[in-house]
Design a protein around this ligand. Sequence first.
Ligand SMILES: [Mg+2]
Length: 389
Amino acid sequence: MKIDRIEVLVTDLTGRIQRLGSSGPYDTGARGSLLGKPILVRIYADGVVGNGQIRPIAPSHFLPDTGASMLAAIRDIYAPRLIGKSIFDTSAISAMLANSLPGNVQATAAIDHALHDAMGKALGQPVYNLLGGRCYDRIPLEWSVSLGLTPDDMVAECRRAVEEFGVTTLCLKAGHPGGWKYDVANFKAVRKAFGEDVTIGIDPNTGWTVSTSLRVINALRDDRLDYLEQPVAKGDHKGLARIRDAAGGVPIMADESLMTLDDAISLSDKVDVFCIKLYKVGGMHKARQIAAIAEAAHVLVNVGGLAAFSQLEAAAGIHFHTSLHPKKVMPAGEFLFGLGVVGPDPLVPEPTYAIEDGHVRPSSLPGLGVNLDEKAIAYLTLVREVITA
Ligand SMILES: [Mg+2]
């Protein structure tokens, strides 16, 4: 199954994502602008078409990729080198991508997902059967709660997650501009509103220091902080270890710090959980390798990712999570909540994946299980590049 054609498309969004984070405001911009719009990769091989989609998350985020940089990387570097390769040669392709242009993880992930979709379709198998098989009939979901300026703001979003969508794991964004005491007040308000039956973690997205982290952990001793995700700077692996040593059993999760296999080795004795987002590690091939390091180190995996407006991006997270044994994984996955928060995928009028009673069911359809609407693609495409032999 040789690759004979690759298309790269920037597709418009019919909605807009605006969030506040500790690193600044995040905004996908107005309709028609290229910034923050999803990149769709379509890989053609002997009559099969594999699709992968990733939305660049710069600016005000920890990855440098923009739509323009992803488009150029795929059009100019990756795609010409993929023409003529077999869709099944994922190990060789992974090495080729890393050697020809290292570090462009979001472009790499879009290609990796399109390859897995193509492989599944060619074999008539769901992607999870290429990764390790099916460990779940339905996956519990986590909701990432936007940083709110008041406790009432955060409780209102949590109420939507819990009461409208049935989600029972909440991850509260933190790094309030007023300081850590506001983050503590937000957590206490949410714990008081939802009680002990809801799992509640905090994610300051690198917005704290080691000492701030320890103050917050101590301030929440009686409120059951269920986990703390990436409190300190991306490069501060030792800081994560210091926090974990003093956390009194509160699980510490690495997110921004964990990008590569080298990171996974370095962090394997410093944290309790690896947050694996496919878009930051370069797709499912690398994600499986990081999950293997986690298992060897007795570190749990949390499968993250926003997947706002994207059935394809969510599908990749679902298939990856489905293939991981429940004892090796945190109780809930994050990768679908974006479709609940911000709205449906404009390219998929009949979605395969939806939040049902706080869970999602993996699809046994071939590939990623997502049917794109060709008319919607034609209507919403802002830029289209075609690479052939
Ligand atoms: Mg995070």
